[in-house]
Design a protein around this ligand. Structure first.
Ligand code: TYD
Length: 218
């Protein structure tokens, strides 16, 4: 069995930059590694992503939203992630089940136990070995996201249009989730420089890969 790492954080926390840098590092060091993102990561998942992110779909109900994210996840886990883990790979995933708990659970105030059951059904119980979390103040995260959008470096999706209070509940949700199981989370302050975040993540990853006996193949 390989090693499964996810990156989580509010929108605009810089997750995607960090996960791409980590992926690049691991490839250069010769580890067998796979990078995927949610929602999406498969042909079917990418079609679901289009529905989820379409800004026209303002009438989408919260329960439908949960099931669409979960359907995308079920396809990704079964078709791509589980086979890669079984082949001994390091799987990096940009967002995973903790996003559902934070955005749909805390953001939309849906029942946590129900979400856990839906997630367990979608994933067959697959949970990350480590969740890397980039923490950022909500106002700052939205400022960054708007700036990136103006510069054309990110899309503006349906979730981004949610009100400030929704994003506040999401961040507070993440903090509550990690307080319940602190050993599963590696928390970083996203206000640091990109390089300093990269250094901390690299160091933590080295330790995890050694613990999981992941070997370089190249
Ligand atoms: P994406 O464009 O991938 O943004 P980011 O770079 O912030 O990850 O958009 C993913 C959006 O979907 C983001 O706003 C979080 C949301 N989301 C959920 O609400 N629930 C989920 O289960 C997942 C995976 C994502």
């Amino acid at each position: 069995m390989g090693c499964f790492i996810t990156l989580e954080g509010p929108d605009g926390s810089g997750k995607t930059t960090q996960i791409q840098a980590l992926y690049h590092d691991l490839v250069v060091e010769g580890y067998p590694v796979l990078l995927v993102r949610e929602p999406g990561g498969t042909d079917i998942g990418d079609q679901i992503r289009t529905i989820l992110h379409d800004v026209k779909n303002v009438e989408m109900l919260a329960n439908a939203e949960v099931l669409l994210y979960s359907a995308s996840r079920a396809q990704l886990v079964g078709q791509v992630m589980r086979p890669a883990l079984e082949a001994g790979k390091v799987v990096l995933c940009d967002r995973y089940a903790e996003s559902t708990m934070a955005y749909q659970g805390y953001g939309h105030d849906l029942d946590q136990e129900l979400l856990k059951a839906i997630t367990a059904f979608a994933t067959g119980g697959l949970r990350p070995d480590l969740i890397i979390y980039l923490d950022i103040d909500v106002e700052e995260s939205l400022r960054r996201k708007e700036q990136a959008f103006r510069q054309g470096t990110c899309e503006w999706n349906r979730m981004d249009q949610k009100e400030l209070a929704f994003h506040r509940r999401v961040r507070s949700g993440y903090l509550q989730l990690m307080a319940k199981e602190p050993e599963r989370w590696f928390v970083l302050d996203a206000a640091q420089s990109i390089e300093s975040l990269q250094t901390s993540i690299r160091k933590r990853m080295k330790r995890l890969l050694a613990e999981k006996h992941i070997r370089r193949t190249a």
